[in-house]
Design a protein around this ligand. Structure first.
Ligand code: FMN
Ligand code: SF4
Ligand code: FES
Length: 679
């Protein structure tokens, strides 16, 4: 297909610039000067602007790559688990440095900031498929193996045809959907954790082996692909789900161990070790309740698990009731700023202008955190129900699900969920016969940490470079194309169905008024994964009880909390409750544990270098300041120089990237001065 033919499906509007460039790149593997000119002509956007956008986003490539792309993660979670050594081994093996292509054009090698599968570190990505827990010994085989099929190819969505249309009230119509969902119940299931983390460590092979063996033995199980239940440390996980019996969580189950698992289940259903029996009940699982259990590719299963029932109830109560419950819950934004969600929704509802938009921020580009991906991959229908409730409350008629450009599995599962919800009458015009109509569109990012900043994200939807806007005006007054717009993080939204179902007061009774929070555990812990606990939980609980303690036998000395915008928390503060704006703030919830042998200075340098590279360059304090601070760290380090430079960056930067960039350096310098040659 020619570029012109490829572009024909895009309306000739600037908003399609990024999707058009992505489509061309998918087809041709890079964006040639000719292709850029054709895009410019088709969309009627000046050539200089098209070049400006194409050269801005890290995932857009202006030069051809080798036939195979190998990326080795050297983010903090991976480097403390051997990521740098893997990268060095790849360089030796291929005879090129990171960023180069082998002379025969066979392989391009790159260093990755984070593959967002930090709990199965160290991670190597080959032609967009992730491999986790990679050892140097396994590298040769990985590099010479045929190109792995794409992660999503192994999980073809089940076709969930809609039930016969019904009439009457939303409740009556939904009762029809529920009957249909019940009719499709399959009985006992073996659910394989096929999230990004599971797939990176062999879940696809486990799934196939189970399917074949169950069929061969004629066992009364259906084998389904679920998301990850958070136990990344035990992946590939198999959940044994039988009606009327407690769940049994086993793992890791390699493909070769499948016959043994089935033998054990046949002999004595309780014989297989239940590795989740202690770990799961230690949490307060609200948002994660269905992750790992529900089949994300089947709307009928989602409905059987209770999804969409809250929406039906809310449609009877009115939008104000939804806002009031969310207000009573004290729900505050989990994108990191902890802004009250109900305030945003009420302001959008009251704002003049139409249409109103809801943008779901599924960008999650902060190294060390992978919570939103787990939610999107594991329970996409929960997110869609939340989107419906939020749009209903805020008065939005159009929703955009904005998903990170490399989060293929999240995007694929959401795409399927949206299509199924549309078919089942749960999205689109006059949902379940009510006055609520919602049009949902999926957009993909193209890289860059700053893209997750809400106004930068709006810029990108409009077809511009991802550069934050000055505020005011705030998006609720003037957002997408100048219209009232609510932007919420995936985790924030996923709390909403439970809040509306159980009541705001119930959510506020958890976590000292703050509710629950997801944390991604990685680095030097024995059980890296995703957990949900009440806000106010301590790092001690997260690392020692849920994380299983140090993975190396050496005591933990610190944790990087909140990624490149966060800080380094010393072990002496591990008993502080994690409370937004408290002495130790949870940020977005990324926890990378560092043991006594880890270099705090190296971790901090990695984070600062990331912020420097990711600075969009719009304002000088961030653009120049982060680079200078990095040079200062190369030493000899002077405390006063660091603090005065840090202050300028924090105070004078336009957006949160610059404002928070020096935090990790400052906290590390205060607690670990010896690492910087200071006393
Ligand atoms: C540099 C930077 C990156 C950000 N990245 C994300 C992100 O990936 N996902 C997200 O939800 N919020 C991110 N935010 C926060 C958003 O600007 C915004 O506060 C959030 O999406 C609002 O949703 P919430 O109120 O539900 O948290 C980022 C902010 C900054 C400054
Ligand atoms: S603080 Fe940094 S990332 Fe934010 S607008 Fe300024 S230059 Fe861009
Ligand atoms: S996957 Fe390597 S740091 Fe996140």
């Amino acid at each position: 297909m020619t570029v012109a033919e490829l572009l024909a499906k895009f309306p000739r509007e600037r908003t399609w610039l990024l999707p058009a460039l992505q489509a061309v790149q998918r087809a041709q593997r890079y964006l040639s000067p000719d292709a850029l000119e054709t895009v410019a002509a088709h969309l009627r956007v000046p050539k200089s602007e098209v070049w400006g956008v194409a050269s801005h986003y890290p995932e857009l490539r202006l030069a051809p790559l080798g036939r195979r792309l190998v990326r080795v993660c050297a983010g903090v979670s991976c480097r403390v688990r051997g990521g740098r050594e893997l990268l060095a081994a790849c360089e030796r093996r291929l005879g090129v440095r990171a960023g180069q292509t082998t002379p025969d054009g066979a392989v391009t090698l790159e260093e990755l900031d984070c593959g967002f599968a930090c709990a199965v570190a160290p991670v190597v990505e080959i032609d967009h498929a992730y491999r986790g827990r990679v050892t140097p010994d396994a590298l040769d085989a990985l590099l010479t193996a045929p190109t792995p099929s794409h992660a999503t190819a192994s999980t073809p969505p089940r076709v969930a045809l809609p039930p016969a249309p019904t009439a009457g009230s939303p409740a009556a119509r939904f009762a029809g959907l529920r009957r249909e969902a019940e009719r499709r119940r399959t009985g006992a299931r073996l659910a394989v954790g096929m999230g990004t983390c599971g797939l990176a460590v062999g879940a696809r092979q486990t799934f196939e082996a189970l399917r074949v063996e169950v069929q061969r033995r004629g066992l009364p199980f259906t084998v389904v692909a679920s998301g990850c239940n958070g136990m990344c440390w035990a992946q590939p996980v198999v959940e044994v789900l039988r009606d009327g019996r407690p769940r049994l969580t086993t793992g890791p189950v390699a493909a070769a161990a499948v016959p043994r698992l089935l033998n054990a289940l046949a002999a004595n259903p309780a014989a297989a070790p239940d590795v989740g029996a202690e770990w799961l009940p230690r949490q307060r699982r609200v948002l994660l309740e269905r992750c790992g259990l529900a089949n994300p590719g089947d709307i009928a299963d989602a409905i059987r698990h209770g999804t969409y029932a809250t929406l039906v109830h809310a449609l009877e109560g009115g939008p104000e009731v939804v806002i009031e419950e969310v207000r009573a819950a004290g729900l505050a934004g989990r994108g990191g700023a902890y802004f009250p969600t109900a305030v945003k929704w009420a302001a959008c509802r009251a704002a003049k202008g139409a249409p109103k938009y809801l943008v779901v921020n599924g960008e999650e580009g902060e190294p060390g955190i992978f919570k939103d991906r787990h939610l999107m991959e594991g329970d996409p229908h929960r997110l869609l129900e939340a989107v419906l409730l939020a749009a209903y409350a805020a008065g939005a008629s159009r929703a955009i699900l904005y998903v990170h450009g490399e989060a293929e599995l999240s995007a694929e599962r959401l795409r399927v969920a949206v299509a199924q919800a549309r078919e089942w009458g749960l999205l689109g015009e006059r949902i379940l016969g009510s006055d609520l109509s919602l049009d949902v569109e999926l957009r993909r990012g193209a890289g860059g940490f700053v893209l997750g900043e809400e106004t930068a994200l709006l810029e990108s939807i409009e077809g511009h470079r991802a550069m934050p806007r000055t505020r005011p005006p705030f998006p609720v007054e003037s957002g997408l194309w100048g219209k009232p717009t609510v932007i919420n993080n995936v985790e924030t939204l996923c709390a909403v169905p439970s809040i509306v179902a159980e009541g705001g007061a119930w959510f506020a009774s958890l976590g000292r008024g703050g509710g629950t929070k997801l944390f991604g555990l990685s680095g030097h812990v024995r059980c890296p994964g995703l957990v949900e606990v009440e806000l106010g939980t301590t790092l001690r609980t997260l690392t020692a009880e849920l994380g299983g303690g140090s993975s190396t036998g050496r005591p933990l000395r610190a944790a990087v909390l909140g990624g490149p915008s966060g800080s380094v928390v010393p072990a002496r503060q591990f008993d502080e409750p994690l409370v937004p704006r408290g002495p130790v703030s949870p940020g977005t919830g990324g926890v990378v544990a560092l043991d006594e042998g880890a270099s705090v200075a190296d971790a901090v340098r990695t984070l600062l270098a990331f912020n420097m590279r990711e600075s969009c360059g719009k304002c000088t304090p961030c653009r120049e300041g982060t680079a200078r601070l990095l040079r200062v760290l190369d030493g000899p380090v002077e405390r006063e120089r660091v603090s005065s430079l840090a202050e300028v960056i924090q105070v004078a930067s336009l957006c949160g990237l610059g404002q928070a960039a020096p935090l990790a350096v400052l906290s590390a310098l205060a607690e670990f001065p010896g690492e910087f040659g200071l006393s």
